[in-house]
Design a binder for this molecule. Structure first.
Ligand SMILES: C[S@@+](CC[C@H](N)C(=O)[O-])C[C@H]1O[C@@H](n2cnc3c(N)ncnc32)[C@H](O)[C@@H]1O
Length: 332
């Protein structure tokens, strides 16, 4: 059993992902109103700040998913127990909640491979090191991959005949609009075989006051996380954002069915981006959206499974039904 880290983010791949980053920023800052996609924030420090969010008592998506794994780990184990299998986790981050499942698989003496994939190299390196110190030797082999989801999936497609289960947790799917989620899952489906499983964590629609409280903590972790995006832009694109002139707040938007995070410029200012050779103006109290967290209904999840060529095996809910981990099987 081995514990390996692979970095796929070098050479041409790194250059193309840097270009993709710059293009996403250019497009987002040219829009009216300004809006940047959530994935831009996840450098190593961004991942650490996200881990702090998952530890907030009021951040129900993480607390509920942890509870779901505690309560339903036997269901997932029974599903996979027939033969050796491979767990592929997209956007694993610190893998904190996943360990509840890994731990239970090991205790049940199941033999399996675990392949966490994340764009944040620091998160994956840290995860592999932690799993090795905690579990080696065991019935689990770990190959951590520092890469974009699909570069990672392409790299491992032909490397195993085992039945796969793909995990996409933490309501990361909510960072996409519905149409983007359909396209994303269609691509995931292409890299799987009939009979493979997918387990996705969806945050469910609930009272807007509960949503507001979850994304506006009194300790300011959400604000630090979102404002960290300005550090990322300064570092990666040579921008000159001064963080002290920006503040952040989360809102539930009933039109988009998403909690949106907005960064507000507290004064009129210009920000220059060396790598883009361009300056962008911000009016006083102009907002720039930095996060989009879509809240699903059960019906939308079921339609999404159908459109993705999957059948629903089981919905695993927390007791309050705030969150669901939906387990799907790829249709024959
Ligand atoms: C919302 S966090 C969820 C982390 C973890 N799964 C959890 O449930 O706590 C999203 C994770 O996806 C990763 N990520 C975002 N975009 C990615 C991409 N295109 N390819 C690979 N990983 C990505 C981020 O680095 C981050 O760790």
């Amino acid at each position: 059993m081995s514990f390996i880290y692979q970095n796929l983010r070098s050479g041409i791949v790194a250059a193309s992902s840097d270009d993709q980053f710059a293009q996403a920023v250019l497009k987002g800052l040219t829009r009216e109103p300004k809006r940047l996609p959530s994935w831009l924030i996840f450098d190593d420090r961004g991942s650490e700040l996200f881990t702090e969010i998952t530890q907030l008592a009021g951040y129900h998506p993480a607390q509920c998913e942890f509870e779901i794994f505690q309560n339903h780990k036997q269901v997932v184990t029974d599903l996979l127990a027939k033969s050796p299998f491979r767990v592929i986790e997209l956007g694993a981050g610190d893998g904190g909640k996943t360990q509840v499942l890994l731990d239970h698989f090991i205790q049940s003496q199941l033999t399996f491979d675990y392949v966490p994939i994340d764009i944040s190299e620091g998160a994956i390196k840290g995860l592999v090191a932690m799993l090795e110190s905690r579990y080696a030797p065991s019935t689990m082999s770990v190959t951590g991959i520092g890469a974009d989801y699909f570069d990672g999936l392409r790299a491992i497609k032909e490397t195993s005949n085992l039945r796969n289960i793909v995990l996409f947790l933490g309501s990361t799917i909510g960072n996409m609009e519905l149409s983007q989620a359909e396209e994303f899952l269609g691509k995931v489906r292409e890299s799987l075989n009939p009979g493979d499983y997918v387990m996705i964590g969806f945050d469910l629609m609930k009272h807007p006051k509960t949503l507001y409280a979850a994304y506006n903590d009194s300790t300011g972790v959400f604000e630090r996380f979102n404002l960290h995006l300005l550090d990322v832009l300064n570092r990666k694109l040579g921008a000159n954002f001064a963080k002290k002139y920006f503040v952040q707040q989360g809102h539930y938007n009933p039109t988009t069915h998403a909690v949106e995070s907005h960064i507000y410029s507290t004064q009129k200012q210009e920000v220059y981006f060396e790598a883009l050779g361009k300056a962008f103006s911000f009016g006083a109290w102009e907002s720039m959206q930095t996060e989009h967290s879509y809240k699903y209904t059960q019906l939308e999840i079921e339609e999404l499974a159908e459109k993705s060529g999957c059948r629903i095996v089981k919905h695993l809910f927390d007791p309050q039904r705030y969150f669901v981990d939906s387990v799907w099987e790829v249709k024959k």
